[in-house]
Design a protein around this ligand. Sequence first.
Ligand code: PEP
Length: 250
Amino acid sequence: MRTKIVAGNWKMHKNAEETEDLLNDLIDKLPNDVEARVIVAPTFVNLSSAVEHLQFTNIGVAAQNMHQSEAGAFTGEISADMLKSIGVDIVILGHSERRAYFHETDALLAEKVNTALKHDLEVIFCFGEELKDRQSEQHFNIVENQLKDGLFHLEAKAWENIILAYEPVWAIGTGETASPEQAQEMHEFIRQTVKTKFGAEVAENVSILYGGSVKPENAKEIFGKPDVDGGLIGGAALKATDFSAIVAGI
Ligand code: PEP
């Protein structure tokens, strides 16, 4: 049985004090009777305090990005080893904002994935089509290529540390959500694509999260689809009441 996961990407929100407040609020409000992994991804500067704050809970902490190199003259960057050294075991790679604003390509992401896995980091790998791709009915091709270019060089065993996050760009932060049927259709396609390359066991075990304007009102229906194993949440992860309600919908 694959794992259900709800992860909150806090992006560039919450200073140190606000991070602590939100974590306390989450500890207070998150339902403890759900069988889902819950992960939060605060900013780099607050990762260390988040790890410490959550050490006696079952809430995981993820970084929102990392550099592909081991170390070096890369001003402003963070390495996989640095993340591990403060107790972070999960990293989000390939978020559409990293792809769009920081020009991260599939080839670069493949390098980042390799470095993360080498350091025993679990990877939440994000991908998804833009609006123009869906309008021109290229969405399946785009998603297939992102998967192939970012992850298909891996060995089957490495997939134990991969979580997929399908995030149609047109649904991120826009308030427009893919319908549960659109999400299911794409997730099924993704699982089938993974199966064709890596076999049924890998495909059945990999968790595929949906991301894009998930809110308490739509979470349950989207998460109810057979190939949707949870969500990557942006805006609604910044309020403990909303995030907890989404987790309760799993
Ligand atoms: C995201 O940025 O990963 C995301 C899904 O954002 P939102 O939930 O705000 O659409």
